[in-house]
Design a protein around this ligand. Structure first.
Ligand SMILES: NC(=O)C1=CN([C@@H]2O[C@H](COP(=O)(O)OP(=O)(O)OC[C@H]3O[C@@H](n4cnc5c(N)ncnc54)[C@H](O)[C@@H]3O)[C@@H](O)[C@H]2O)[C@@H](O)CC1
Ligand SMILES: [K+]
Length: 475
């Protein structure tokens, strides 16, 4: 299954296109409920299950799952928010087929139950939880009952991952056809537990009409170097570092490990002596020679910023890099040095550049941008005209044309000094090998996460470089 993410509106369109092509909505609902029942039977303890049903189609899926579980011999109680005779459409049909116990939604509905199916709200969540829904889910948490969610944990917004009330901490979530951004963005992702994507009979061809712009990020297969390869054909990355020379060193090493044929590290004159002999395979140069270094067209990609100094010199050097027309990664100081005049930076950027801010650097450049991390990264990419990689536990990579990737596999151990320098070097090394900026940024984020997984607990940035030598890194 491919990894496109559908917004709530796009998912509604996928449903509608499938129904218009002849599959009744209730058939989709039966398939959805069947998938939920299967996961619930495999996940929940063999005890009475409370199926909490809401007033829409999410509740309809719950009624189907309740019927199928009961048919398998499970004791099941349905607790409904609202009146049964006010249900409409497919949900009304599903409810009509339920002949077992039905009680009003309330905390007491959980009495005697060992597990919960949460079918209160899915894609139709329109406001924060309150009343009986909030009270019952609060009691679910107090009793520490295991929960399987239908589509999303109720209270998690499908498009943003925002949590609007006491959404349950689920052991499993069963969603349909494709994940939604809220399954990948925090804090929603944490609420979901293990996510299953059930097919339910929506054909993948509907995606040709929907053309989703967002996807979950996965590392691409890295092609093995060509047998007749030559270091001059594998790109030459120029890392523009500064007084904090260690940051530039890490970026340079990451660029080399990911396969750039050559890497030059340019630092101020007085930082050079400390670097001599440190990494003999990195070419060292004086940063005040930047224009001359860029006059060599073989230096085909640049990382600028790690340890560079947030000052006028970095601004001037960045202008030199951009004027030379090189794809570049702008990290750390190369971003913050524009905090007084971000418009001047944006005017000089193109989609061949990658900005890699963390939240603080992002705020310094773009101010307070409303919406989810996905919305914010996209807005920043559109505004700056460059690829934006907004770093965090749910890193988002966005292109100015609206394409976006959400990275879901970054161990928290990556939040450590120097880790961002390695990421910048990874992306720069891919740029040097001719990768397009959006693809390089997305691949860099995924590979950075993979290196973190391989390095394991207690990792420091240097360990990421070692992890990049393991066969599993290039798997
Ligand atoms: N044919 C389809 O469209 C399919 C839909 N499916 C299910 O349908 C769900 C979406 O169904 P709906 O669009 O009916 O939406 P929901 O079932 O998520 O919720 C909509 C209802 O909840 C109410 N509501 C929203 N937020 C509330 C709140 N905070 N407090 C109280 N009431 C609130 C709304 O007024 C509306 O009555 C999906 O999540 C999925 O589970 C699946 O059955 C697959 C097929
Ligand atoms: K739900």
């Amino acid at each position: 299954m491919s990894d496109e993410l559908l917004t709530v509106a796009e998912m509604a369109r996928a449903d509608a296109l499938t129904i218009a092509a002849g599959t009744p909505g209730v058939t989709l609902m039966e398939a959805a409920g069947w998938a939920v029942a299967r996961i619930a039977a495999a996940t929940l303890p063999r005890a009475r299950v409370a199926v909490l049903c809401g007033p829409g189609n999410n509740g309809g899926d719950g009624f189907v799952a309740a019927r199928l579980l009961a048919r398998r011999g499970w004791p099941v109680r349905v607790a409904l928010l609202g009146e049964r005779d006010r249900l409409k459409g497919d949900a009304a049909l599903a409810a009509a087929r339920w002949t077992g116990p039905l009680v009003p939604l309330a905390p007491e509905a959980l009495d005697g139950c060992g597990g919960v199916i949460d079918a209160l709200f899915g894609a139709g969540l329109s406001r924060p939880l309150d009343g009986a829904a909030a009270a019952t889910l609060t009691e679910v948490a107090r009793r520490r009952l295991p929960v399987v969610a239908v589509d999303v944990p109720s209270g998690v917004a499908g498009d943003s991952g925002a949590v609007l009330g006491p959404a349950p901490d689920c052991v499993a979530t069963v969603t349909f056809f494709r994940k939604k951004p809220g399954h990948c963005l925090l804090p929603g992702r944490i609420k979901c537990g293990a996510i299953t994507v059930a097919a339910i009979g929506i054909p993948a061809t509907v995606l040709d009409q929907i053309r989703p712009l967002a996807a979950e990020n996965h590392a691409p297969a890295l092609p093995a170097p060509a047998l007749d390869g030559h270091k001059f054909r594998r790109g030459h990355l120029l890392v523009v570092g500064g007084p904090m020379a260690g940051a530039g060193r890490l970026a340079a090493l990451a660029g080399r490990r990911i396969g750039a044929g050559l890497v030059t590290l340019a630092v101020p004159d007085d930082a050079l002596p400390a670097l001599r002999g440190a990494e003999p395979g990195t070419i060292l140069a004086r940063r005040d020679q930047l224009a001359a270094l860029l006059a060599d067209p073989r230096r085909n990609a640049v990382v600028i910023g790690p340890g560079a100094g947030s000052d006028a010199a970095t601004r001037a050097d960045l202008r030199t890099v951009l004027a030379a027309g090189r794809p570049a990664v702008l990290d750390a100081d190369a971003l913050t040095c524009w905090r007084d005049d971000p418009a001047a930076l944006f005017a000089a950027l193109s989609p061949a550049q990658v900005l890699t801010p963390h939240d603080g650097e992002f705020a310094a450049l773009f101010g307070a941008v409303a919406g989810s991390r996905l919305d914010r990264a996209r807005a920043a990419a559109a505004r700056s005209g460059a690829v934006v990689l907004l770093k965090g536990p749910d890193t988002v990579i966005a292109a100015p044309d609206g394409r976006a990737r959400i990275n879901t596999d970054a161990p928290p151990d990556l939040a450590t000094a120097g880790s961002g320098d390695v990421l910048a070097g990874l992306i720069g090394g891919l740029l040097a090998q001719g990768w397009d900026a959006f693809a390089a940024a997305a691949a860099g984020a995924a590979l950075h996460g993979r290196a973190g997984r391989i390095a394991g607990r207690g990792l420091i940035a240097e360990d990421l470089l070692t992890a990049m030598q393991k066969p599993s890194f290039f798997a």
